[in-house]
Write a protein that binds this ligand. Structure first.
Ligand code: 4NP
Length: 159
């Protein structure tokens, strides 16, 4: 039975949030928690709805053993705040956009992803879309660190 539902949200849902979905799901699987923790991702914008993750994001994840090929972009909706216990924004712009569609009383579901990993010293996962390939490696490093700390938090809090 699923106990905890986690949604990662970025702008396009083709780079950062699908990468976080894939990496965090891999952490959950590695720890044998797949029956208890469900993972999804979405975007605040609708330009890429139905698309696979960016080919650079897929390649970078694959080099780390994570397969993003089954993910398709979708838009974050107000109803997501009823279903998901954690609605995690990649940057302050995503957080502000999400707070505008958040139903009254559900604000406690919403946070910056990296606020679960203060030791990383960075609160946002920068958008790698318009940069070079190093941006995707840096993005994955942050997501790996954030995923480890988020999973530790969920274990302490819910399991
Ligand atoms: P993401 O990156 O928010 O990490 O998926 C972006 C992807 C596409 C666009 C912006 C950000 N875009 O403007 O098309």
């Amino acid at each position: 039975m699923v106990l905890v539902n986690v949604l990662f949200v970025c702008l396009g849902n083709i780079c950062r949030s699908p990468s976080a979905e894939g990496v965090f799901r891999a952490h959950v699987q590695r720890e044998g928690l797949s029956d208890l923790i469900a993972v999804d991702s979405a975007g605040t914008g609708d330009w890429h709805v139905g698309h696979s993750p960016d080919s650079r994001a897929r390649a970078a994840a694959k080099r780390r053993g994570v397969d993003l090929s089954g993910i398709r972009a979708r838009v974050a909706r107000p109803e997501d705040f009823h279903h998901f216990d954690y609605v995690l924004a990649m940057d302050h712009e995503n957080l502000a956009d999400l707070s505008r569609i958040c139903p009254p009383g559900k604000e406690d579901r919403l946070a910056l992803f990296l606020d679960f990993a203060p030791a990383l010293g960075q609160r946002q996962v920068p958008d790698p879309y318009y940069g070079g390939s190093q941006g995707f490696e840096d993005m994955l490093d942050l997501i790996e660190g954030g995923s480890r700390e988020l999973l530790a938090h969920i274990r302490r809090t819910h399991l």
